[in-house]
Design a binder for this molecule. Structure first.
Ligand SMILES: Cc1cc2nc3c(=O)[nH]c(=O)nc-3n(C[C@H](O)[C@H](O)[C@H](O)COP(=O)(O)OP(=O)(O)OC[C@H]3O[C@@H](n4cnc5c(N)ncnc54)[C@H](O)[C@@H]3O)c2cc1C
Length: 330
């Protein structure tokens, strides 16, 4: 993935070939049981994969994260046996990527304000409404966005006008959608925090190697204490974020379908801390590269553009702080 990342970014290309190979490796089925075509791993293994992939390309990392945590997981967690048998095999093999459309033009953080409606007519659900900023929702829908970063990921708006869906496609019990998507977003939050850790690590890798080569005042810049302290902070914060993500992942796994306060707290904390860590790391990485950091010839310029959305997607930093404060009893 790493050698392809620059080109995918420059041309705003979705890596179909990379995604196909990831499917063959079983990455899309990592945390799911073998019964439906999964790899029989667990959620922590998925976080490790997302972290390492995001070290090379966060656009590919978010493709995996959204496909597994937001696309396949709700079917795995809430689907009937028949729904799982008909949909999961293709999703877990990466032959199809599914999307999770929550955000709307007038509702993002305020998820309860969504206006899209589904009503039963002649034995079908008829859906009307609009969704926006939806990852993995396909290349044949409305026009793609001109994004600041994540150029190798697919993001489109969606529009539904009397879109008829078979009644039996309803996922989970009728009226339970809000609870289901809160549970879905919990796993998504931890997994996107793993993406942030991977990007922070990429910033450290690039900065350390550049600092050892680039010379000023007769020595490599890594010998200047001001540069060393930046590198030390990046290494420490990345490690703290990583530890938080792994702990949250294990806690989430052990809740086994339940949404406990402890899992919610750890998910919000690791999402918030890891995204802000990666933001600081990308900023310092560009600073350590000096003028070269501002040029697209070095990957840190891409990291700096890619990192911003980590503080927005799957719940903004403000929303995470609100959740933490609420769980503290405020
Ligand atoms: C590249 C990309 C991919 C995405 N993929 C998906 C996807 O696959 N599926 C999906 O459903 N969504 C997706 N999103 C949407 C994303 O989850 C939302 O953008 C995010 O939740 C914020 O919602 P919003 O954009 O409507 O901002 P708003 O909710 O309008 O927020 C605007 C600002 O106000 C702040 N704010 C809002 N309410 C409060 C409050 N009560 N207190 C304090 N501050 C507040 C926010 O923190 C933010 O800073 C994606 C977004 C991007 C950019």
């Amino acid at each position: 993935m790493a050698p392809a990342a620059e080109e995918l970014d420059r041309h705003h290309k979705f890596g179909y070939d990379i995604v196909r190979q990831m499917g063959e490796l079983g990455l899309f089925g990592l945390p799911f049981s073998e019964e439906f075509g999964g790899a029989g791993g667990d959620f922590l293994s998925l976080c490790l994969a997302i972290e390492e992939i995001s070290r090379a390309d966060t656009g590919v990392g978010i493709t995996l994260e959204a496909a597994v945590c937001l696309g396949a997981a709700p079917i795995h967690d809430f689907g009937t046996k028949q729904q799982k048998e008909s949909w999961l095999p293709d999703l877990l093999a990466g032959r199809k990527l599914w999307a999770f459309g929550l955000t709307e033009p007038e509702a993002g953080s305020d998820a309860g304000a969504t206006k899209t409606r589904a009503e039963i007519r002649d034995g079908k659900w008829v859906v009307n409404g609009a969704k926006q900023f939806i990852t993995n929702c396909g290349s044949h829908v409305l026009e793609s966005y001109r994004k600041l970063g994540w150029h190798s990921s697919d993001t489109h708006p969606l529009s539904f006008e009397n879109c008829a869906v078979p009644e039996e496609n309803l996922l989970g019990e009728r009226g339970g959608g809000y609870r289901q998507f809160l549970r879905t977003l919990l796993g998504g939050r931890i997994a996107i925090a793993a993406l942030s850790v991977g990007l922070a690590q990429a910033c450290l890798d690039a900065s350390l190697s550049y600092a050892k080569e680039r010379r000023s005042f007769g020595v490599p810049i890594s010998k200047h204490q001001a540069v060393q302290f930046k590198l030390a902070d990046m290494a420490m914060e990345t490690e703290i974020a990583r530890t938080m993500v792994y702990r949250a992942a294990v806690t989430y796994m052990n809740t086994d379908g339940e949404t406990t306060d402890e899992a919610r707290m750890l998910a919000a904390m690791c999402k918030l801390y890891a995204s802000e860590t990666s933001k600081r790391a990308a900023d310092q990485a560009v600073q350590i590269h000096g003028g070269y950091g501002f040029m697209e010839d070095y990957p840190v310029a891409r990291y700096w553009r890619d990192v911003k959305v980590n503080e927005i997607g799957e719940g903004t930093s403000e929303v995470q702080r609100m959740l933490i404060a609420r769980l503290l009893g405020c």
